[in-house]
Ligand binder design. Sequence first.
Ligand code: HEC
Ligand code: HEC
Length: 150
Amino acid sequence: MRHSILLLTLCAAPVLAGPPVKPVPDRDLGLSRTSVFEVTPPPLFHDEASAPGEKSLPKRINKEYPPVIPHAVADFLPITQSANGCVDCHAVPGPKQKGEATPIPASHYVDLRRVPVVKGEALVGARYVCLSCHVPRTDAPPLVASTFRR
Ligand code: HEC
Ligand code: HEC
C-alpha cells in the first residue's frame, strides 16, 4: 500500500510541476468586468409596471422552471398568513384561457414530503410564498447570455 502511494506521488509530481499558470487579470474575475478595486454602481433597472394580462407572456426556457411573473406584483404584496393576492387570482380551475390568470398547476397541490403522489385539495404550504420561486420580470439585461438548449 505504502509503495503504491509513493509510486503515485512520483508519477503525479511532473504534472503538478507543469508550466507556470498565467495570472488571471482582476477584470476577468467577476461578471461586471471591472477591477476588483473599483466600486461601480450596478446598472439601473426598473420593476415591471404592467397590470396582469396587459403584456404577452415571455418565452419560457424550460417547462420545469418556475415561469417568470410577467406583471407588476407590488399591489399584491406582502403575502401574509391571511392574505395571498397571487392565490386569489391564480387558484382557478382551468383550463387556461389566454390573457386570464394561468391556473396554479397540479404540482403545487402535491405534498412532496408526506403524500408525494396524490394531488390534494389545498395548495401545499411549501408553495404558499410564490416569490420564493417565481421572480417578477424586470428590464435588467442578463449578465451573461444563456446557452441552454433542450
Ligand atoms: C389580478 C389578478 C392577478 C394577481 C393578483 C396575480 N396574477 Fe399572476 N397573472 C395574472 C394574469 C392575467 C396573467 C397573464 C396570463 C396570460 O397573459 O396568459 C398572470 C401571469 C402570471 C404568471 C405567468 C404564468 C405563465 O403562464 O407563464 C405567473 C408565474 C404569475 N402570474 C404569478 C403571480 C404571482 C406570484 C402573483 C402574486 C405576487 C400573481 N401572479 C398575482 C393575474 C394575476
Ligand atoms: C417551491 C417553488 C415554487 C413555489 C413556492 C411556487 N411555484 Fe409555481 N411553479 C414552480 C415550478 C417549478 C413551476 C413549473 C413546473 C410546474 O408546473 O410544476 C411552476 C409553475 C407555475 C405556474 C405555471 C403553470 C402552467 O400551467 O404552466 C403558475 C401559474 C404558478 N406556478 C403559480 C404559482 C403561484 C401563484 C404560487 C404561490 C401561491 C407558486 N406558483 C408557488 C415552482 C414554485
